[in-house]
Design a protein around this ligand. Structure first.
Ligand code: ADP
Ligand code: GN1
Ligand code: MG
Length: 375
């Protein structure tokens, strides 16, 4: 009776059809409940509770990820490799990597009649993710997690991975091929509402190709990178707060290692939320910057070359500019990419990123000093 009540209650809030989707996966036990969960901007995530185990089920955003087969190939290949590494180091692969559940037909994902895709994995038990870190230590622990992820994948041949979103962190490409065309088209008639932000981006176009130029010159290698190192993409042990597992592997691709440092700083070392409207609250917290640098470099430091080390602080600014530009592009396009909660949400996010860029520019010398002393 209780089970039925919970199901009916939650079923009314989300969508009863989710049960039809869940029934296609090899889950253990009887269904208890299912609810929408998480704060990601792209996919839709559900927690499905069965009496034996909890699962995470995700509807993958097909307009962002155009080739689901290649995406899942990447995720499975990287996870298989990580499991071996963790096992060899005496760790527990079932807790420290994602554990995917195939469909009853043995496929890596389930394709619905409406063309959407679902995939499932075991919920990492006794774990929690955070949208902000209460202490620099907690944030530093996420640096250890992403640094270790980078180090453990050091031996994985990045050319074996598909480029699931080409030019994902190619800032100049995003400027020339996405931002400027969106501005020109001005589909949603919004350019007149964000002149200052457009000027902010244009004024920094000269810096956008600095890192890819180093790649072209053979000074920075392409490595296996996560590319979306937000704090909420690490699971922490709910009792000890130690990092358990890096999740959200959809953007694992060949990339520049610096961005795995940088995107975490953009999100987690901001004294405000990513969509804070009061820009006086936005700044880069140098204690958090230092803590993440220490954590990340303690694991990945030895694998980075001098060109990479010299550009760590700059990369934090560049990715913040890039992310703000992506939010602004989506605002100009009429909000077609990121999930939004209100009409100006993308503009608010962009303004917040640009305020953070401005603060990083003010504090760049200090950020450089911190990196030097940590390296
Ligand atoms: P998105 O691409 O939308 O960011 P994520 O894969 O990051 O999706 O998942 C969203 C949230 O769901 C995460 O921040 C985390 O809280 C939770 N989550 C995802 N995978 C797991 C898992 N295997 N175990 C426990 N929680 C998870
Ligand atoms: C998106 O899915 P989520 O919320 O982890 C985006 C990232 C952005 C981030 C900004 C595939 O990440 O690139 O940095 O929003 N993911 C994709 O919060 O575009
Ligand atoms: Mg995520």
């Amino acid at each position: 009776m209780i089970i039925l009540k919970i199901y009916v209650k939650i079923g009314l809030v989300i969508n009863l059809d989710i049960r039809d989707i869940l029934d296609n996966f090899e889950f253990k036990g009887d269904f208890v409940s299912c609810k929408e969960f998480g704060s990601g901007h792209i996919n839709r995530t559900y927690i499905a509770e069965y009496d034996c185990e909890k699962y995470v089920v995700q509807c993958v955003n097909g307009s962002v990820f155009k080739n689901i087969d290649e995406l899942m190939e990447n995720v499975f290949a990287v996870t298989r490799y990580l499991r071996k590494q963790i096992k060899a180091n005496g760790g527990n692969p079932d807790r420290e990597t994602l554990h995917y559940i195939k469909t009853k037909d043995g496929d890596k994902y389930y394709r619905c009649a409406d063309g959407s895709f679902y995939r499932a994995y075991v919920f990492v038990s006794n774990s929690v993710s955070y949208d902000s870190a209460d202490t620099p230590e907690l944030f530093g622990a996420s640096g250890v997690a992403f640094g270790r992820f980078q180090r453990m994948l050091g031996g994985f041949d990045s050319t074996k991975l598909f480029d699931t979103i080409p030019n994902f962190h190619n800032t100049l490409y995003r400027y020339q091929n996405e931002f400027l065309p969106a501005l020109k088209a001005d589909k949603a008639n919004r350019a007149c509402t964000c002149k200052a932000e457009i000027d902010f981006v244009n004024a920094r176009s000269d810096e956008m190709d600095r890192l890819y130029k180093l790649v072209e010159e053979g000074k920075i290698p392409l490595r296996v990178t996560h590319n979306d190192t937000k704090l909420n993409n690490v699971m922490f042990d709910s009792e000890t707060n130690e990092c358990v597992c890096v999740i959200d592997l959809d953007t694992v691709m060949p990339g520049i290692a610096l961005f795995d440092f940088a995107d975490a700083i953009r999100f987690g070392a901001n004294t405000a939320a990513e969509d804070e409207q009061d820009l006086s609250k936005v700044s880069i917290d140098l204690d958090y910057f230092k803590a993440y640098s220490k954590g990340f470099l303690s694991e990945a430091g030895e694998t980075l070359n001098q060109y990479e080390k010299d550009n760590l602080a700059f990369s934090a600014k560049l990715i913040t500019l890039e992310c703000g530009m992506r939010f602004l592009t989506d605002y100009l396009n009429g909000d077609t990419y990121f999930k939004t909660e209100y009409p100006e949400h993308n503009l608010v996010r962009a303004k917040c990123q640009f305020a953070l860029v401005a603060d990083m520019e003010r504090k760049m010398d200090e950020m450089e000093r911190i990196i030097k002393s940590t390296c």
